[in-house]
Design a protein around this ligand. Structure first.
Ligand SMILES: [Mg+2]
Length: 340
């Protein structure tokens, strides 16, 4: 259970970030809020992390929060990033505490344990913070949902909801036949006491699911929760662009005329999940390493920790052009830590 103090802080933050529970989520803290830091608008003074300044960097931090897709393995989940297992091993050998913080909603935390083994390293489930897990923690312990959850997402999300004894339905392929016909749409099954619609990545995303989500969200008391929104598409090959979770959420948010509460990066709810399991983390001795400017680096800025943009994924130095996305360092690859 989350402590009353933690829940109070979460509520304070949500109140600061939301126009209302069903209103627009502001992803970054208001100016002057805790942990905010000054930004510059160009990349000219971002330090390049290399072997030359690695010792000083390593002496500065005890806790390493690591993004996964594009940082520890390719954004396609297939492409290998060289020497990542060796880098993980070396960091642990010198006493660094590694936490894995990912916006990928496809997998349960248990699945990540196995995924990491496939990549070549091990991690305890207590050190893994996936957004599917975070969404379940939010719905159970903060929103205190007692009724059903309609899931637009996959089995990983359902497994996390099951773990927290939340009754859910909708994960996987929609059971009804596709139709544009209002008469057939009206014959589709709708369940009572649906208290939340939860949307994450869903390879079975379907017209029927939009129809059902919109219909449940007509009830203003039905919560609208999303795992992550900033990732909308990723280039996967020459002339090929894959839509990702943010695109699916937009397809529901626009016709619903509602914005979701977002549990993933760059929102700060994930930090509360991390502190629930690791209350002694010293943020002044913590660094976040990831490939996403709008997710990873913005998250680091929002929680007040230093950051490293790694260039093996979606991030790129020439994209550091906004006032809120400047990392502390840039590094070519996580492989650098294998040379400790
Ligand atoms: Mg990433």
């Amino acid at each position: 259970m989350l402590s009353r103090l933690t829940i109070g802080r979460i509520c304070w933050e949500l109140a600061a970030q939301c126009k209302s529970w069903t209103g627009l989520v502001a992803y970054n803290r208001p100016a002057g809020a805790r942990h905010s830091r000054p930004f510059t608008t160009d990349a000219s003074n971002v330090r390049h992390l290399t072997q030359n300044n690695l010792d000083h960097f390593l002496q500065s931090y005890d806790t390493f929060m690591l993004d996964c897709d594009g940082t520890l393995y390719g954004t396609d989940h297939v492409t290998e990033i060289p020497n990542v297992p060796e880098a993980i091993y070396k960091l642990r050998t010198i006493g660094k505490h590694l936490l894995f913080v990912t916006n990928n909603s496809m997998h349960s935390n248990e699945r990540y344990v196995n995924k990491f083994k496939e990549v070549g390293f091990e991690a305890n489930e207590s050190d893994i913070f996936g957004v599917a897990n975070a969404a379940a923690v939010y719905l159970r312990h903060i929103a205190k949902v007692e009724g059903k959850v309609y899931v637009v997402g996959g089995q990983g999300m359902k497994q996390e909801l099951d773990k927290y004894r939340l009754e859910s339905f909708g994960a996987g392929p929609d059971p009804d036949q596709a139709s544009w016909d209002p008469k057939q749409l009206l014959q589709m099954e709708f369940r009572d006491n649906v208290q939340a619609v939860l949307v994450g990545f869903d390879e079975h995303f379907h017209y029927n699911k939009i129809f059902k989500a919109l219909s449940y969200l007509r009830d203003p008391k039905c919560l609208y929760v999303a795992t992550n929104v900033v990732e909308t598409a990723v280039k996967i090959g020459s002339g090929r662009v894959q839509p990702t979770t943010g695109a699916l959420i937009q397809a529901i948010s626009v016709p619903a005329k509602r914005e979701p509460l977002v549990v993933g990066k760059p929102g700060t709810l994930l930090l509360d999940c991390i502190r629930h399991k690791h209350p002694d983390i010293d943020l002044s001795r913590t660094v976040f390493i990831g490939d996403g400017l709008r997710s990873d680096i913005a998250f680091a800025n929002n929680i007040g920790v230093d950051s490293v943009l790694v260039l093996t994924g979606s991030g790129a130095l020439d994209k550091i052009d906004g006032p809120d996305v400047k990392p502390t360092y840039v590094m070519d690859s996580f492989e650098l830590f294998s040379k400790i």
